[in-house]
Design a protein around this ligand. Sequence first.
Ligand SMILES: [Zn+2]
Ligand SMILES: [Zn+2]
Length: 486
Amino acid sequence: MRQKGVPTNPLSSSFAIKCCIRICSLMGGVQIHCRFFRDGFLSDSLLMTTLMDLYSRCKRSVEAYKLFDEIPQRDTVSWNVLISCCIRNRRTRDALGLFDSMKNEVNDCKPDNVTCLLLLQACANLGALEFGEGVHMYIEENGYGDVINLCNSLISMYSRCGNLEKAYMVFKGMRKKNVVSWSTMISGFAMNGCGREAIEAFGKMQRVGVKPDDQIFTGVLSACSHLRLVDEGMVFFDRMSKEFGIVPNIHHYGCMVDLFGRAGLLDQAYRLIMTMQVKPDATIWRTLLGACRIHGHATLGECVVGHLIELKAQEAGDYVLLSNIYSSVGKCEKIMAMRKFMKDNSIQTTPGCSTIELNGVVHEFIMDDESHPQKDEIYEMLNDINKQLKIAGYVAEISFELHNLREEEKGYVLAYHSEKLAMAYGVLATPPGKTIRVANNLRICVDCHNFAKFLSGVYNREVVIRDRNRFHHFREGRCSCNDYWQ
Ligand SMILES: [Zn+2]
Ligand SMILES: [Zn+2]
């Protein structure tokens, strides 16, 4: 166009940028951006917003944020691009903050249904239930309540925040449901330990004539695995390909390995991995490794770690898990050797981090955290809780698990995992009887799990902990995972 001397305009330029976005061509975008200077398009708000989107998607968030400030007339779309930029760059909390700024804007910048979708996604990632409820209210108030996508996102947000009742309420209230609604609800049930309900929902869905997709089977199979329904799970797995023509993917295989693993059928799980039609990934090996830990199977555990090393996917957590397996079968020399190996090879563990949301503010804790303004009260509360739980029979397990090699250095003095700090803060800062919801980035350790169980009984509180893999709903001294997790 330019060679032929046809002048470009904002419209053609915006299409050119969209092409750059498609193929993630940062350089192409930068060249077009340069031409804007020459052609004087910098005052075109829509064009600037598209450009911002490009920088955001090409991982140039700082350029994207700068552009946002320069856009002469920001509209809802520019704000939405900014929010998705924050989410993409893991600045999830900032994304939530933008919701209020948007509502306070004088111009035509009110949050729309796209904004709500983005925010619900952010809430689900953070486990920020109260904030999500606020977005839900906004959706109702602004008449978006019938948008199917939004309802599906609400179901997903509520289930990922561990509030299944509300997820189901939204689902039930939907006048029209699509296959995504069903699959989100079924996964929600499965994720929160309600396997029965997930399987029932599958039956209902078929009765109303909705054809299941591959995601629905992931939900149903994980429900079977949760309930240890080996035979039923195998039947579903079989029907999936034979009756519905769905080729099993890595998630389906993962569910089956989990199912066999829970039931203690480790050889069957291993055989399935070795014969499956897709290449096994690190997650599937890790599922088996978790089962090896539960059933104290050291030889297979070593073999699995071998596979992870072969995939170059081994993480500190895997070695930690293996050393836990050794510990459970009493192989102390092996534990020592493994920990020495980790130290010598400077294998870093991921630091655990827990979040708890109170009145719309997300509080973050790391192990032995000292940074919280109320830290003295929190530690005092934690000591108090420890005392109360001990009276009820709680015994701290200090040697079994470690989240972090630093614990080693502390010479087995009980470290305060971030989950405990978050729970203590929950007890401290919320009225009696209120559910405590904590999200954590790692797999919860045996000790914290025990602690939460006792806490739920002694303090008569529901505790919901979302760890890296699943939800734990603690109620009256018991957990929804039936003490099986990896
Ligand atoms: Zn712990
Ligand atoms: Zn649990």
